[in-house]
Design a protein around this ligand. Structure first.
Ligand code: ZN
Length: 474
């Protein structure tokens, strides 16, 4: 167990002065001590396998795939039964190409049979219980080995290292985390142990944003780490602030929310540095990160096996991310349909020299980032791409849909917003959607974020949107 994991349960209770001393002492310890063996072993493995040839990667992937599938069939009651029912012959499973011989599983199955997914070699008490964020109102719970926390962090750091972020790098954190009370300002908190300056994303008022800028200029965090919606809010403020922000970040590490091209371009323009992101999920089956040369996502081959499946369960260039995780044999998830929609890159090779497969983009969840046109076809939010000229004049917007072909667009305007902008945006969106969607624009005073600090652009009220026909392309 890592030192940081052990102490973090308690140290936040310390008064600020002691915390500062604790932070200074902590950073005198060698890296191995601070992050523990799971972190170090994973980091070493990732470094030594990052630039392997395609054949070498395939060999490692096949080994891991076979191990987890055979283990699940032998030790996990749910797979024993399901594979028997489907007549799966385990002797016919030799490598990942045989994955199609196995049935897929989904969230509903996991929800209704949760405990049957636990390996007979583990007890729930030995494991961590995790639930998905539940933004859909129906969270799924599952168990993970405790070692997963630092293994996961090693993967994240490995991906972030591509933009120069190290385990010791300082970060401005804009996430849904509750801010520790008791400091001078209830909306921000500097943690010297993690080198994190956390700012409250629930109250991004002008007054607070000004305070955030002052403190950013004081602590000079190297990177921004947080939700894109909150980062955009900060950028909007910085753009209008007299003198801008007197600090240059080394990079923007965006997490947890899908990133729209317009947001990426805008934030890169305001902060003059790159937005960098990765794809991951609470189930820990597939992780994929951008690289130095491209904003497509390289799938981490040793983390889990990634397939894209269409609605009928067949492999497709665009489809549901379906994962087989390699890291958690305590509760293996094999061919688990995540509900996240993505597409494969057409180009095989990347200039960075890595040979792992790439996802061209993750377009979001079927029921969260999709609109329906009047003919019943799905339209991906990513395809709408409001150009940055228009985007400059709004603070936030929301698309609410209750019937196919009609969208209520709520706009929280910036000071520079005019009626002409509203007309331009309406025209642009209706043109982009080929006249098959009507956008009714309303300006509102503010658009609230969700209880977890995240923000969702589409509020889709049409039930069972996944069952609606048509493709997701315009
Ligand atoms: Zn690359």
């Amino acid at each position: 167990m890592s030192l940081i994991y052990t102490v973090k349960q308690n140290y936040e209770k310390l008064p600020a002065s002691l915390l500062k001393i604790a932070g200074a002492l902590y950073y005198r310890l060698p890296l191995e001590k601070r992050y523990g063996s799971d972190f170090n072993k994973t980091t070493e493995l990732l470094k030594s396998t990052e630039y392997l040839s395609k054949e070498e990667i395939d060999t490692l992937v096949n080994e891991r795939f076979l191990y987890i599938v055979q283990y699940a069939a032998a030790h996990v009651p749910y797979y024993r039964e399901k594979y028997a029912e489907y007549g799966v012959n385990m002797d016919s499973i030799h490598d990942v190409r045989d994955v199609v011989k196995l049935p897929t599983i989904d969230k509903e199955e996991l929800r209704s049979h949760r405990d049957q997914f636990i390996s007979d070699e583990y007890r729930p008490d030995d494991l961590m219980y995790i639930t998905t964020s539940g933004s859909t109102g129906n969270p799924v719970g599952f168990y993970q080995k405790k070692s997963m926390v630092m293994t996961e962090w090693a993967y994240v750091m490995h991906i972030w290292s591509r933009v120069g972020c190290k385990p010791d790098s300082s970060r401005l954190v804009l996430r849904g985390k509750k801010i520790k009370a008791g400091g001078n300002n209830p909306h921000l908190f500097y943690d010297p142990l993690r080198r994190e300056l956390s700012c409250d994303v629930f109250n991004m008022t002008e007054e607070n944003l000004e305070n955030y800028c002052v403190v950013i200029e004081k602590y000079k965090p190297e990177f921004v780490h947080g939700y894109m919606s909150a980062i955009v809010m900060l950028a909007k403020y910085v753009e209008t602030r007299s003198g801008g922000l007197k600090h240059q970040f080394k990079g923007i590490l965006a997490v947890s929310e899908n990133i729209l091209q317009e947001q990426r371009e805008y934030v890169e323009k305001v902060f003059g540095t790159r937005v960098f992101s990765f794809y991951g999920h609470s189930e820990r089956l597939v992780m994929a990160g951008e690289c130095e040369k491209s904003s497509m996502y390289h799938v981490e081959p040793l983390y889990g096996y990634c397939e894209l499946l269409d609605r009928n369960g067949n492999p497709a260039m665009e489809g549901d991310i379906t994962g087989t995780g390699f890291l958690n044999d305590a509760m293996p998830l094999i061919r688990y349909r995540t509900g996240d929609l993505a597409s494969w890159s057409e180009k095989e090779d990347c200039k960075c020299g890595r040979h792992s497969l790439r996802l061209a983009g993750v377009q979001g969840r079927w029921n969260q980032d999709m609109l329906v046109n009047k003919e019943g076809a799905l339209v991906s939010l990513a395809a709408l791409n409001i150009h940055s000229d228009e985007f400059d004049h709004l603070v936030r917007y929301k698309l609410i849909q209750s019937e196919p072909g009609v969208v209520r667009m709520e706009i929280q305007p910036a000071d520079s917003f005019t009626n002409q902008d509203a007309q331009r945006i309406k025209k642009l969106l209706e043109q982009k959607t080929g006249g098959k969607m009507q956008f009714n624009i309303y300006t509102v005073r503010s658009i609230p974020i969700m209880h977890n600090g995240k923000y969702r652009i589409v509020e889709q009220k049409i039930p069972d949107i996944m069952k609606i026909g048509g493709g997701s392309k315009l």
